[in-house]
Design a protein around this ligand. Structure first.
Ligand SMILES: Cc1cc2nc3c(=O)[nH]c(=O)nc-3n(C[C@H](O)[C@H](O)[C@H](O)COP(=O)(O)O)c2cc1C
Length: 189
């Protein structure tokens, strides 16, 4: 069993993957494990979509890029503006050619849903690292609006995609990006 401190150090955002699939059993295990995350009122609002098909991954990447570019046009201060050059590059795959994508969604109407999903995503990424797998949260892959694509993925109009996570066997694990010291506003004894 891997030590928890070591696990925290080992989990990195991986953007280079081997060309080999992740066995469905492992994915099911990770999904079961991440539902052990806490959720507000134990609502467990997370819903999962698993995509292992390369054409689908490319299609979703292209769609999300186009969707973000449209949002940038509509709102010039949109957060994705700083990634515009990548989004306009036809060769850029927001999912870095990873073999697997897990979308974690929750009902749009549930205010605490994104918080719960973020916790499940963290558990998922730690579970992946414990098994020698790499993962990365891909915020640029969350813009999935086309009704036909959403329907094919099993997403209802009331679902919100919060956490797109790529998964696979790392070709390279990057070094830990530097962390700032915790900003402790007060420590009251
Ligand atoms: C909400 C969120 C969105 C992210 N979106 C992207 C993304 O679209 N593309 C990407 O390459 N990394 C993305 N990341 C990964 C971060 O860049 C990464 O966590 C950060 O650089 C720290 O590196 P580490 O995860 O290895 O500690 C995202 C992370 C989070 C938490």
């Amino acid at each position: 069993m891997i030590d928890f401190q070591e696990l925290l150090a080992r989990r990195r955002s991986v953007r280079q993957y081997e060309d080999r699939p992740v066995a469905p059993d492992i994915i099911h295990e990770l999904l079961r494990e991440c539902t052990l995350a806490p959720s507000a009122g134990n609502t467990q609002p997370w819903r999962f979509v698993v995509v292992q098909n390369r054409e689908w991954l490319r299609r979703l990447s292209d769609h999300s890029k186009a969707c973000l570019l449209a949002r940038i046009e509509a709102h010039p201060n949109h957060f994705a503006l700083r990634y515009e050059a990548y989004l306009r590059d036809p060769d850029f795959n927001v999912f870095y050619d990873a073999p697997c994508l897990i979308l974690i969604a929750c009902p749009k109407a549930l205010k605490t849903g994104p918080l719960d999903v973020a916790l499940a995503a963290a558990y998922f990424m730690l579970g992946a690292a414990a098994r020698g797998l790499g993962s990365c949260w891909i915020g640029l892959g969350a813009c999935i609006e086309a009704p036909d694509i959403r329907a094919e993925l099993g997403l209802t109009p009331g679902d919100q995609v919060v956490a797109p996570l790529i998964l696979g066997y790392p070709r390279e694990v990057p070094a830990t990006p530097e962390r700032n010291a915790p900003q402790i506003l007060k420590f009251i004894n």
